[in-house]
Design a binder for this molecule. Sequence first.
Ligand code: 2IT
Length: 447
Amino acid sequence: MPKTVDDFMRQVAEKNPGETEFHQAVREVAESILPILPRHPDFAQEEILERMTEPERVLMFRVPWLDDSGRIRFNRGFRIQMNSAIGPYKGGLRLDKSVNLSILKFLAFEQVFKNSLTTLPMGGGKGGSDFDPIGKSDREVMRFCQSFMTELSRHIGPDTDVPAGDIGVGAREIGYLFGQFKRVKNAFQGVLTGKGQDWGGSLIRPEATGYGVVYFAGEMLKQIGEGIKGKTCLVSGAGNVAINAARKINQLGGKVISLCDIHGAIYDPAGIDEEKLAWVEELVFKRRGFLDEYPARFKAEFWPQRNVWHIPGAELAFPCATQNELPLASAKELVANGIRLVCEGANMPSVPEAIHLFHESGVLFAPGKAANAGGVAVSGLEMSQNAQHLSWTAQDVEDKLFNIMCSIHRTCVSTAAKYDAPGNYVVGANIAGFLKVARAMLDQGAV
Ligand code: 2IT
C-alpha cells in the first residue's frame, strides 16, 4: 500500500517539529513523487524519498564579530549539506534576519532537485546566518564574513561543498569570504562561485539567474506560439535576480512596470528601462539604499509596505523577491487582472494555494527550482572553468546558459507528459529532478 502524502508528512513533521517552510517544500515534492512510486518499486523499497528529506549533515555554529564600536556581537551560522549523490554539495549562503534552520533546510531541499535539473554534476546544500546586513558598515560585514568563514572553511572544499551567494550575499561578501578561506587554508581554490572576474569568477554569473528565468518564460511562451516581445511584466524584488530578469525582459522587447523591496513597491507605467535599472543597481549594491528614492528620480508611484501583485495591466509575472511573497489573495488579484504566466525567480515565492489557483485558472506556471536554475547552472560552469584554469567569453557562457534553460524546459515538459500531467511544470520539475538523484542513491547503496 503506497503511503499517502498526509502519512508521509506526519512523519516529516514529527521528526522536524516547527520547521514550517521545510514542511511546505517537502510536501510539494511528495505530492508529485508518492503517486509515481508504484511505477518505481525500488525507490519505495529503499526509502529514497524518506532519505532525501534527511540532510546528510547539518552544521550550526556561533559566529562572533566585533561591531564598529568594539562591542562583541554574535550570530548563528549554518551549512546544510543535504545530498551529495550526484556531486559535491552546491548552493548559496543567505544573510538575512529571517534565516533559521527551517528556511535553510527548505532551500537546501529545493536545491537538490534544482541542481539535478541543470544537467551538471552538483549535489545540494545551503547555508547562511541570521546576521542582518541592513545598516551594517562595510567593515562590519567584512568582520562577520571573516568570522563565518573561519568556521565554515573546515567543512567545504572544491570537491566537497562549494557555496555561493543568495539573499544578502553578493560580490562584496563573496570577496571577503574567499579572502578568508584562502588565508586560513593557504590555498587558492574554486571553493566559492560568484567570484570577481579578476580572481576566478565567471562572466555572466551575476546575470545568470535573472536571464535564465526570462529564457525559461520565453520557452514556455514559445509552446503557445508567443514570446516576451511586446508583453508587459510585473517583477518583484530589487536584488540581483529581479534586476537581471528585468534587464533581459527589456532586451527581448518586453516592458517591466514594477519592482519592490522591504519598504514597498514602485509602479512605473512608462517601463523600467536599462537606464533606470542601472540606477537601481547602483542604488541597491553601491549606495545600499531602497526603492523609496525612485520616484524622486523617475516618474513613478511608490506604495509603502505593499507588494506588486495588485498592479493591473500585465500579462506576465516574475516573483523574484523571496519565499511566500505571493499569497493566495495576491494570486486572486493576478488572475482577476488577466495574468497569463507566472515564472518564479525566487525560491518558493508562491504559496501552495496560489500555485493551485494558477493551475486551475489555466495560468502557465513555472516553479523556481526549474525556472531559476540558471544561477546555479552558471555556478557549475564557473567550477568547470576553475578546474581547467581558464575562462570562457561572456557569449560562450550565455549560450551555454540558454541551452541549459532550454534543456530544463524540455525535460519538465516531457516528464510531465510521461507521468500523465501534461503542462504541469511543478510535476515535471519534481519528478525529473528526483529521478536522477534517486537512481544515483540506489546505485550507491545505503550511505
Ligand atoms: O538559490 C540558488 O540557486 C542560489 N542561491 C545559487 C546557488 C549557487 O550555488 O550558485
